[in-house]
Design a protein around this ligand. Sequence first.
Ligand code: FAD
Length: 378
Amino acid sequence: MDFNFEPEEEAFRQEVRAFIDANLPPAKMRQDPKSIAAWNAKLAEQRWIGFSWPRQEGGGGGTLVQQFILKEEMANAKAPPLGSDFMGLAWVGPALIRHGSEEQKRRFLPELLAGKSLWCTGYSEPDIGSDLASLQTRADREGDEYVVNGQKIWTTLAHLASWIFMMVRTTAESESRYGGITCLLIPMDSAGIEVQPIPSLMGVHSFNQVFFENVRVPVANRLGAEGEGWKVVMGALANERSGISEATGMERHLEDLKELARRSTRGGRPATSDSAVRQEIGRYEARISAMRLNGIRNLSKQLQGQPPSTETSVNKYLRGALEIPMSNLAMSLLGSESQESGKWQIQSLAFHGVVIGGGTPNIQRNIIGERILGLPKD
Ligand SMILES: Cc1cc2nc3c(=O)[nH]c(=O)nc-3n(C[C@H](O)[C@H](O)[C@H](O)COP(=O)(O)OP(=O)(O)OC[C@H]3O[C@@H](n4cnc5c(N)ncnc54)[C@H](O)[C@@H]3O)c2cc1C
């Protein structure tokens, strides 16, 4: 396998670096909404938001390798995300490109790319998270409309979103488990939708419960055929889990962890002279390298025309297996300072959620065991 990039790909990397040098807001401004809006406007001029989407869909027409390089360089520079609508760009847009009608693409993609819409995702329901195919929210057809009744939970950003990418049941589970699921695109200001906040462990409002009572949704807002929502959601989840360039983000976290180890002490000596700390950091380094290589392996498959699939679970799993131990080590290095507020203190709480969102580690293990390694079902 050749890991080297082509000269024109290296030239693109230099172009991205020059752009970052010229335009990236200073670190202390990277949370400021105005700086982020200005940054996104510059990215949009470059067509780097939705960069690998086809040009005819409003994307940048970049290759997957260029997209990889772009994300890698952005992560290296600790730049804000590419575009403001994380869920819209990461999985709703790709699902629209793959399954949407021409009319749906014209209607949704331009405003998504321009950051004029914000998407949330309606999969989980009370008591139904991992076993998504058991979802119970119903959509009953009445003429040109579906009438939706039910409840979603853990719906990130539902209180701010303009649209929900939503999985509903159009046929009873007893009749068709996977074939009874349909994907609907529902405006969040529809009559009959009620959003209630769920405060997080960190006191942040990100999660919600969303109630649907006789919500009327035009059939034109169905993505894919009726009963084919499972196919749509599997592709969307593979995109959610893919994170090809996430290894670079993890490398930056590891650098911060090493820096913390250098300025911390254990038993009056530098923490970096403690062999247990060094071994732990070495283990993280090896896992992050494995993540990067696995990301490149997935990328190679996509370059051969295969969409992201079950293999994306490997990096999702590896990332989860790194984040919590890394933040635990950081907290132990911080000692009594761990009670104060700071990056690692926040991440040690936030990582638990990140690990669960998009499918828990057990679920990733099941996918890897059963669908990649061909082991018997549990
Ligand atoms: C940060 C974050 C953001 C989220 N955002 C959204 C969102 O925007 N939209 C949305 O719809 N959902 C969202 N979720 C919900 C998320 O998808 C679910 O929490 C997740 O799928 C797990 O489902 P659950 O919470 O019902 O846990 P459960 O499915 O009840 O799992 C509980 C435990 O049982 C284990 N388990 C379950 N089934 C099996 C099995 N077959 N084999 C082995 N172990 C198993 C799990 O690994 C876990 O440890 C979010 C969650 C988090 C934490």
